[in-house]
Ligand binder design. Structure first.
Ligand SMILES: *[C@@H]1O[C@H](CO)[C@@H](O)[C@H](O)[C@H]1NC(C)=O
Ligand SMILES: *[C@@H]1O[C@H](CO)[C@@H](O)[C@H](O)[C@H]1NC(C)=O
Length: 327
């Protein structure tokens, strides 16, 4: 830096410091800033340059401990390099080894309990975790410690399942149910009245989250309308009344085409599912088969697309034939 270009208002002290630094940095045997380390830090602030023979001291960073036999200072050597310090000078402190919780496991996922590692807790089936699932070994005022108290594994128990209208569950002689314990619902039947159907799950069980595995069922009268199909007939499922889960099958009169499903079921909301089909003189539009749809969409390069092609070609040919016949 040419000295004559310095502004005049700079103090004499600053001027001298600058002069010194300039002289040192141009000298070939001075060192630059001392190196930084993950496990140790420089004591005091670094200077821009150091003269040969000058020493810097380090101390271990939080979470690390000084191995007393290893010196942690570095000397600026004549070649402008800082002398090496053993990486082992500061080693990671360890948090106390923790035992498995009762009815669970403490996994030291990093293989040790050193500073920076973690423990993951898992409870045995039938137990749930109260507290932190993961603990970290962190630097603290006095060394290292786990980020939280270890969690506990507590037994999974469920409260009584919900009561339902026109029905009951069993066993019902208790308030608390064990993990995986099952209750069974039943509908009350009143003689002389319409039969009540149990719609939903007949059995539910106490599950992981201390909740029941499903909503309770409903007890209700399910009556599907008498199935009427124009130009067709029932082939099975003849009855006067149709209640929950009744199934019927249909067929069209000779020469007609069935549009829809040939089998329908009486569902919990007193409707036929899928809806009752119809019989018409024209064939139903082609339904892409589920298998070829999956093939084409999931893997466009598969043979699925090729297999699909002759189908649609065949369909076009039959359309042409129908058109020709109708002329
Ligand atoms: C400890 O293991 C966990 C899970 O494998 C990983 O995410 C984390 O980075 C590891 N930590 C250290 C300090 O190795
Ligand atoms: C009846 O239930 C079926 C499913 O079981 C559903 O698809 C249909 O939309 C329901 N119909 C009415 C009218 O709620």
């Amino acid at each position: 830096m040419p000295l004559q270009h310095l502004p005049e208002h700079f103090s004499a002290q600053f001027f001298l410091t600058t002069l010194l630094v300039t002289l040192l940095s141009t000298s070939s045997d001075a060192c630059g800033k001392p190196p930084r380390f993950e496990n140790m830090q420089l004591s005091g602030s670094p200077k821009a340059s150091y003269v040969t023979g000058e020493k810097v001291k380090y101390s271990c960073r939080p979470g690390y401990m000084h191995r007393p036999t290893v010196n942690i200072e570095s000397v600026c050597a004549a070649n402008g390099q800082w002398s090496l310090i053993s990486k082992n000078a500061c080693y990671k402190k360890s948090c106390p080894r923790l035992d498995d919780p009762t009815n669970g496991q403490a996994k030291f996922v990093n293989g040790s309990s050193e500073f920076g590692t973690q423990i993951q807790y898992i409870c045995d089936p039938g137990f749930f975790l109260i507290g932190e699932k993961i603990l970290f070994c962190l630097a603290a005022a006095s060394g290292v410690e786990w980020s939280a108290e270890p969690p506990v594994c507590s037994k999974i128990l469920c409260k009584s399942p919900p009561n339902i209208a026109n029905g009951a569950f069993s066993p019902s002689n208790k308030d608390v149910f064990e993990y995986h314990e099952v209750v069974t619902y039943q509908c009350h039947q009143v003689p002389g009245q319409d039969k009540l159907s149990l719609v939903g799950e007949r059995q539910i069980y106490c599950s992981e989250n201390r909740l029941w595995s499903a909503n309770p069922p409903e007890c209700k009268v399910v009556k599907c309308p008498y199935p009427v199909i124009q130009n067709g007939r029932l082939t099975s499922g003849f009855s006067k009344k149709y209640s929950y889960r009744a199934r019927i099958m249909f067929e069209c009169n000779q020469g007609l085409f069935l549009h829809g499903s040939n089998t329908v079921t009486c569902e919990g909301n007193s409707t036929w599912q899928p809806p009752i089909p119809t019989c018409r003189s024209n064939p139903p539009p082609p339904q892409p088969t589920t298998a070829s749809t999956i093939d084409v969409t999931s893997n466009p390069n598969s043979k699925g697309a090729l297999i699909d092609f002759p189908d649609s070609k065949g369909w076009i040919i039959s359309l042409i034939m129908i058109a020709v016949l109708e002329l």
